[in-house]
Every structure is written in C-alpha cells, then in structure tokens.
Design a protein around this ligand. Structure first.
Ligand SMILES: [Zn+2]
Ligand SMILES: [Zn+2]
Length: 97
C-alpha cells in the first residue's frame, strides 16, 4: 500500500509530506505525476488562478473617495475613477434610483 513520502516543493523548496491518503487519491484519479508543490503553494496557486471566479476574490486596498475611509475593492484602483467603500457605494446606488 501507500506510504507517506517526503517531496521537495518546486516552488518554495521546502520539504513536504505526500501522505498515503493523497497518493491513493492520485492513484484513483489516474494521475501519473507526483505533486510538484507543497500544499501551501498549491493552495496559493489555485487561489490565484480562480481568484475572480469562486467568490474568494483578491481585494485591493483603496481609500473611499466619498468618506475617506480605507476600504477594500475587488479590482485594482487605477486612479482614473473614484473608489467607494461599500457603504458609500450603496448610498450612491440608492441615490441614483
Ligand atoms: Zn511550497
Ligand atoms: Zn465611503
């Protein structure tokens, strides 16, 4: 059966354990290759890749153009249009209707 195996992460160079459970999972899925990255790096890459799709969006620091409060926005503030915190954004939306 499978035994825990120590692998070296190709990304951060740290050793990590490829557990017997994971090896079994890989075998079941028919994957031929050993994982190249440690779970942390794998998670980070995955998060980066589907950042925009799975609701766990990358948030950028910004300053609200209306109330001046620091806030986070789901896009990179480009400077050519104002950024609002969620409260101000909601108020602005409400005012428009
Ligand atoms: Zn790593
Ligand atoms: Zn605001």
């Amino acid at each position: 059966m499978f035994q825990d195996k120590v692998l070296i992460c190709a990304e951060c160079g740290k050793e990590f354990i490829w557990t017997a459970d994971e090896q079994e999972f890989y075998a079941e899925k028919g994957f031929q290759n050993e994982p190249k990255r440690c779970p942390e790096c794998r998670r980070a890459r995955k998060a980066q890749r589907n950042g925009a799709q799975n609701g766990e969006r990358v948030m950028y620091d910004a300053v609200c153009a209306r109330c001046g409060k620091p806030c986070k926005v789901p896009f990179k503030p480009s400077g050519d249009r104002p950024v609002y915190c969620s409260e101000c954004f909601a108020e602005i939306q409400a005012e428009r209707h």
